[in-house]
Design a binder for this molecule. Structure first.
Ligand code: 9MR
Length: 350
């Protein structure tokens, strides 16, 4: 068996599929229709940047055209769910890396970097964390970081070490981690991640922080505190889940104030949700919002990576999670380019 087929089998088991299903659905698969113009990853490379997408192991396994577009268009990938705590450790003490290994293996083959997502997050935690007391939870968090970042050591370029730690009103989120471990959990998580993989760039990641507002102000203060304490935070990820209200006008200025703290910045989860049914005008407006987001990042030298949260409307999280909204990505559900794709090409281009 090749490494690829071993990984295929692991995926199938992990998702409760018969192995045979994975094989029959993987091949033969339809080829991707080539997209017009220069691939995004080449345009980004010419600018000294990376362009990424969230990916799903199941889609890579089963949908050949999807895999071809991931490999051809992007120079960075982020597992959309496969590295989250409830997926890698559904039972206490057991670690399942099959789907994440599949993604990392393919990324290596395609000459891509991997953004690891995410080590400490209040959402998608396994049920077994519930009854743990403070000391048990601290030990579990440190072990989780050591095992997961250790497993991918040298193969994951950046980690979202702590995700979504701040509320919209600008307070530390009262997650299970804050409540039981106190605010020091953030610095502890970063130190543990550095120890597990000294070469990975360590990020704190959040949504709704694109503009200067109470939430980004609190994150700014937190990053400054972390740096002052010598906690190893290397970057801030701006998720950029937006809609036709657009990108805040002070986005680039906001990126710059974080950079002045001595960190990198990145756009980590960009999508632009449209109210359904969307008109042609909405698609054109969406293209402008993606352009604004990309331009804001390109204006800032330390914004070297721009990741879309998926690239096809058929596999986007938006319709399921934001009822009434959809069509939030660059390609339609049949993998054809939308105005947003061409706009991104133009914004990335010379
Ligand atoms: O896209 C992800 C979706 O498939 C999951 O069901 C969801 C679970 O919470 O998480 C989505 O990804 C989120 C990411 O991990 C963190 N930032 C917000 C993203 C969209 O909810």
């Amino acid at each position: 068996m090749t490494g690829r087929t071993t990984r295929s089998a692991a995926i199938a088991v992990a998702f409760g599929l018969a192995v045979v299903t994975a094989y029959t659905q993987t091949r033969p698969g339809a080829e991707a229709k080539p997209l017009p113009g220069t691939p995004l990853r080449e345009l980004a490379q010419a600018e000294g940047r990376r362009v990424g997408t969230a990916v799903q192991a199941r889609a890579l396994e089963r949908d050949r055209a999807y895999g071809q577009l991931v490999a051809g268009q992007f120079s960075s990938v982020t597992p959309e769910n496969e590295m989250k705590w409830d997926v890698v450790a559904p039972e206490q003490g057991t670690f399942e890396f099959g789907p994440a290994d599949e993604i990392v293996g393919r990324a290596h083959d395609a000459g891509q970097v991997v953004r690891g997502h995410t080590l400490v997050w209040h959402s998608q935690t396994p049920g077994w964390l519930g009854p743990l007391d403070a000391e048990e939870l601290r030990a579990a968090m440190l072990e989780h970081i050591a095992r997961v970042a250790g497993h991918f050591r040298g193969r994951v370029a950046t980690w979202d070490v702590v995700n979504e730690a701040i509320t919209d009103r600008g307070r530390l989120r009262r997650s299970v981690f804050l409540q039981r471990l106190g605010p020091g959990y953030v610095a502890q998580a970063f130190r543990a991640a550095r120890e597990a993989d000294p070469d990975a760039k360590l990020f704190i990641n959040d949504f709704g922080i694109e503009g200067i507002n109470p939430k980004s102000d609190r994150l700014y203060a937190l990053v400054r505190e972390l740096k002052a304490q010598g906690a190893p935070v290397d970057g801030v990820g701006f998720q950029m889940h937006v809609n036709l209200k657009g990108v805040p006008a002070d986005f680039a200025a906001n990126l710059r104030r974080f950079v002045a703290l001595g960190v990198e910045v990145a756009v980590t989860e960009a999508d632009v949700a449209l109210r359904q049914p969307a008109s042609e005008g909405d698609l054109a407006a969406q293209a402008r919002v993606f352009t604004d987001a990309l331009r804001g990042c390109l204006e800032v030298a330390k914004c070297r990576s721009f990741t879309f949260w998926g690239f096809t409307d058929s596999r986007s999280w938006i319709p399921e999670n934001q009822p009434g909204f959809g069509r939030a990505t660059l390609l339609d559900s049949r993998l054809r380019p939308k105005p947003a794709y061409e706009a991104v090409q133009r914004a990335l281009g010379p």
